[in-house]
Design a protein around this ligand. Structure first.
Ligand code: DX5
Ligand code: ZN
Length: 220
C-alpha cells in the first residue's frame, strides 16, 4: 500500500518565525507544505500572497501544495507555476470552465487539484475525475484554521473513492480542516491519501514529534 502523506498547513505557522517553521517541516517526517491562498472574496478572510509564497519557496525543500481559495483562479495559474507550486488546487465552486482550468494547470507543469466545499456533492466530478490529479475534500468551511471537523466528510471520501475506482482514475484524495489524531486513522481508512493539518501541528508543544506520530498513526 502507498504511504499516506502529511501536509502541515503553513496558515497556522508563526509568521514572525516563518523560516524557523519551514525548517521544522523540512527536517520533520512531513511530506508536503500546504499553502492556503485566500482573497477575501471567495472566502471571508485574506491570508497571504505571492511575496510570502516566494519566501516560503526559498527555504522549503518538499512538495509545495497550493490551495487557492480565490475567485477566477485562471488569472494566476502561470504566476503560481513561476512561484514554484508543484500542486495547484482550485475550488470547483470558483471555476466556470473547470476542464479548461485543469488543462491550463497541467500545461504549466503542475499537478491539478480540485477542492470541494462541504456542501458540494462528489457527483459534480463525474465528468472530470479522470483529468484530476487530486481532489481536496474540505472538512471545514474554507477561510480559517482551527475549526471543528465536519463528520459528513467520511461519507464524502467513500463516495469519491468509489467514483475514482469506477472510472479507473488515478486521482489522490486530500482532506483539509480540523484533522487531528482523533480522526486521522478513520480518514485514511475511508480512503484519504493526504491529510492537511494546521493547528494540530503548529499549536502543539513538540511539532516534529506531533508530525511523526501522526505519520505513524496513518501508516499503521
Ligand atoms: C482552511 C484551510 C486549511 C486550514 C486547516 O480554509 O484550507 O488548510 O489551514 O487548518 P486546521 O488544520 O487548523 O483546521
Ligand atoms: Zn487548505
Amino acid at each position: 500500500m502507498c504511504s499516506k502523506l502529511i501536509a502541515p498547513s503553513i496558515l497556522a505557522a508563526d509568521f514572525g518565525n516563518l523560516q524557523r517553521d519551514i525548517e521544522m517541516v523540512n527536517t520533520s517526517e512531513a511530506d508536503w507544505f500546504h499553502i492556503d491562498i485566500m482573497d477575501g472574496v471567495f472566502v471571508p478572510n485574506i491570508s497571504y500572497g505571492m511575496p510570502v509564497l516566494e519566501a516560503i519557496n526559498k527555504h522549503a525543500k518538499k512538495t509545495i501544495d497550493v490551495h487557492l481559495m480565490i475567485v477566477d483562479p485562471d488569472r494566476y495559474i502561470k504566476t503560481f507555476a513561476n512561484l514554484g507550486s508543484d500542486v495547484l488546487t482550485v475550488h470547483y465552486e470558483a471555476c466556470t470552465h473547470l476542464h479548461r482550468t485543469l488543462q491550463a494547470i497541467k500545461t504549466e507543469g503542475m499537478k491539478a487539484g480540485v477542492a470541494l466545499n462541504p456542501h458540494t456533492n462528489i457527483n459534480v466530478l463525474e465528468d472530470t475525475i479522470n483529468d484530476i490529479d487530486l481532489v481536496l475534500i474540505m472538512s471545514v468551511n474554507p477561510g480559517f484554521g482551527g475549526q471543528k471537523f465536519i463528520e459528513n466528510t467520511y461519507s464524502k471520501i467513500e463516495q469519491l473513492k468509489a467514483l475514482i475506482l469506477r472510472k479507473g482514475a488515478q486521482t489522490k484524495i486530500e482532506v483539509d480542516g480540523g484533522v487531528t489524531d482523533k480522526n486521522a486513522k478513520a480518514l485514511v481508512e475511508s480512503g484519504a491519501d493526504i491529510l492537511v493539518a494546521g493547528s494540530y501541528v503548529f499549536k502543539s508543544s513538540d511539532q516534529e514529534k506531533t508530525i511523526s506520530e501522526l505519520k505513524a498513526l496513518v501508516n499503521s
